[in-house]
Design a protein around this ligand. Structure first.
Ligand code: HEC
Ligand code: HEC
Ligand code: HEC
Ligand code: HEC
Length: 149
């Protein structure tokens, strides 16, 4: 065997050895248990505490507001989209959920944004549209046109 082939073979053997050692340390133990992913990730996800209740649960106690919302422009938006995770509150109503306030909150969805189609979501320019007042002074968040009727 020519000497350069021997050296090459030795180099290959070293690289393959290094690869096997690195793989031994880097591949998580539960990899491949159920397929081509880390088996423990299932268990870890299962163990996470749920935070959202879903709006069917909100309806148990706030059916009045649910009915108002369902008949108006925000019908497609779930309660918890605006009020944040509500499971803790639903299990213990004394612990109140987030109550969004301020113009920035509504502007998150309604400010001018070329990336959103105006036919899907109505946009206003918060720097021009009735500045100096909170949006909710004029628009009821559960029925945006209520006060204008
Ligand atoms: C077991 C009954 C119950 C359930 C379920 C429930 N709530 Fe409530 N909620 C209450 C009570 C009681 C109050 C306090 C009195 C009030 O404002 O109506 C309250 C108040 C609120 C408030 C006012 C907070 C404030 O600072 O004034 C918000 C917002 C709210 N709930 C949202 C929700 C959302 C969203 C859900 C679903 C994830 C939900 N609630 C589920 C009973 C409930
Ligand atoms: C588009 C966002 C949005 C959605 C969707 C929404 N809310 Fe609200 N909600 C608000 C805002 C903003 C306030 C604060 C209003 C204020 O301060 O005048 C509020 C206030 C409340 C309050 C306090 C009492 C009141 O009437 O002001 C309760 C209770 C409440 N929301 C429950 C709910 C429930 C239950 C749902 C689902 C049926 C829901 N909200 C859906 C934005 C929203
Ligand atoms: C999570 C996104 C979201 C948030 C937050 C939100 N909206 Fe909306 N809003 C919508 C969608 C979606 C519609 C229905 C599509 C449309 O008409 O633009 C809507 C509809 C409306 C309309 C009726 C527009 C029309 O076509 O007649 C008004 C007014 C409005 N929202 C005001 C507000 C105000 C005020 C707030 C803050 C209290 C708010 N919105 C918060 C998404 C949002
Ligand atoms: C002083 C009362 C007042 C305040 C404050 C106010 N609005 Fe309005 N809004 C109106 C009236 C009246 C209209 C209908 C006439 C018009 O389009 O200006 C309207 C229209 C809208 C529309 C529909 C626009 C369209 O083209 O159909 C949206 C969306 C809206 N407002 C969102 C908001 C948001 C978000 C805020 C806070 C950043 C806000 N409004 C603050 C009174 C108000």
């Amino acid at each position: 065997m020519p000497p350069q082939v021997k050296r090459l073979a030795l180099l290959f053997a070293i690289f393959i050895g290094l690869f096997l050692v690195a793989r031994y340390f880097l591949v998580p133990k539960s990899f491949g248990e159920h397929g081509h992913y880390r088996g423990l990730s299932l268990v870890e996800n299962q163990d996470q505490e749920p935070k959202y209740a879903g709006q069917k649960v909100c309806n148990d106690c706030h059916d009045d507001l649910m009915a108002v919302k369902a008949a108006n422009d925000h019908k497609t938006i779930s309660c918890e989209t605006c009020h944040g995770p509500g499971l803790i509150h639903a299990n213990n109503p004394d612990s109140l959920p987030l109550k969004p306030a301020g113009r920035e909150f509504c502007a998150k969805c309604h400010s001018l944004n070329a990336a959103r189609k105006a036919e899907n979501i109505v946009q206003v320019n918060p720097e021009e549209h009735n500045t100096g007042q909170n949006c909710t002074e004029c628009h009821n968040p559960h029925d945006p046109w209520e006060k204008m009727r």
